[in-house]
Ligand binder design. Structure first.
Ligand code: HEC
Length: 365
């Protein structure tokens, strides 16, 4: 943070909306525009000016954009970490009276961050999560008439979910014949695989979308989710699928504020990892990963915040034999997210208010 503060002090110019509009668009507006996960809409000068003090505060505090992975030896293709000069320019703009200007923004699809979809699938009807429920799982399927895979396999290399209620849909899985092939979390925009890798839906098979809703209050809530698929160009060299890693023998003592759990997983030989999604709940405060006996973590997310959960896409596929995953939990009363007013030991629960220890890897071979 010191670096950013110094850069601000050294920033001499008075940038106008002409320069700042496109910066907000590049770094913020996948989430901060109508229908996306972030509150407010920064796509217009008026929209951004209305929240300029908040923008300055969140950017200076390093809270926005949400990117909690510490720098490591791995370059993340979807990194949201703000370069210091962008931070400096945004702050210079808010500090010098938000000069207007004519900004030329990149053309965007009004709904989908990944652009014009190949096909859009929709939940058949709006789902209501009943007042008394905190977790709810709902599935819908799409078949050959929608997917066009009646007589042939089809491949997609990108997908994006668009819930009508962004705060309610915690994560989702895509399955073919019961097998998970892809995963999405609430702070993911669209996910796209590198060229030559794609997800496959075999001829005549159905794609199942499994939605995991999560809320912390006792009010009913409704959602209707749509899914955009982006078809791959040609037959890919590698087919992607999902590897679900988990540690079920979890015991987080009541009141423990720094409780560490770790586990090693052996990956199938030759597997290349294209996406890493840590899936934890309200008590997790850190998640770290490294290969075998290496000293350095290639992914270290701290603080882990369940509502900002998202996938990490390496710029080059990762590979290794043994993945070591560590998580730190805070099961004390100091953790503002702790759902248990009366502290108690917490164990593994796949779908509930308790905790998990799960990592979903998108792998290809
Ligand atoms: C990946 C999605 C995402 C991106 C990218 C993102 N935000 Fe956010 N932002 C959120 C979400 C979700 C929230 C609400 C939850 C929270 O505050 O933790 C939020 C909250 C905020 C708030 C606080 C709103 C309030 O309630 O007061 C501000 C200000 C903000 N973002 C500014 C920015 C700025 C500026 C950028 C770009 C430099 C940015 N955000 C990039 C998702 C995003």
């Amino acid at each position: 943070m010191m670096v950013a503060v110094m850069a601000v002090l050294q920033w001499a110019g008075e940038p106008s909306w002409r320069e700042v509009g496109p910066l907000l668009d590049r770094w913020c507006n996948d989430c901060h525009r109508a229908g996306q996960v972030g509150p407010f809409d920064f796509t217009s000068y008026e929209g951004a000016v209305a929240y300029a003090p908040e923008i300055a505060r969140y950017v200076l505090g390093g809270k926005m954009p949400p990117w909690r992975a510490k720098p490591s030896g791995v370059e993340w293709a979807n990194s949201r970490g703000l370069p210091d000069e962008v931070t400096a320019k945004l702050l210079a703009w808010t500090n010098t009276g938000m000069k207007p200007g004519k900004a030329v923004m990149k053309k965007r699809h009004p709904q989908w961050n990944l652009g014009v979809p190949g096909v859009v699938l929709s939940q058949p009807r709006e789902h209501t999560v009943a007042a008394e429920r905190t977790v709810d799982i709902v599935r819908f399927t799409a078949g050959p008439e929608e997917l066009g895979n009646g007589g042939k396999d089809v491949y997609f290399d990108g997908f994006e979910l668009r819930p009508s209620n962004r705060a309610l849909l915690h994560h989702a899985l895509l399955r073919v014949e019961g097998e998970p092939i892809a995963a999405w979390a609430m702070s993911d925009g669209g996910l796209r695989l590198p060229a030559g890798v794609a997800w496959k839906i075999g001829a005549g098979k159905k794609l199942e979308v499994e939605l995991h809703y999560f809320k912390r209050n006792l009010r009913p809530a409704r959602d209707l989710t749509r899914v955009a698929l982006y078809w791959a160009k040609g037959k890919p060299g590698r087919v992607a699928r999902l590897l679900e890693l988990k540690k079920e023998a979890l015991r987080i003592p009541a009141g423990a504020n720094v409780h560490r759990e770790a586990m090693r997983f052996r990956l199938p030989s030759g597997a290349r990892v294209y996406a890493v999604l840590p899936v934890f709940q309200l008590l997790a405060t850190q998640v770290r990963m490294k290969w075998g006996d290496e000293r350095d973590y290639f992914l270290w997310v701290e603080p882990f915040e369940h509502h900002l959960m998202s996938s990490y896409l390496p710029a080059r596929p990762l590979s290794g034999r043994e993945l070591e995953v560590e998580a730190v939990y805070d099961n004390s009363a100091q953790n503002p997210y702790n759902p248990h007013q009366k502290l108690r030991e917490v164990r593994f629960e796949e779908n509930g208010l308790d905790e998990t220890f799960r990592v979903w890897l998108t792998v290809g071979r």
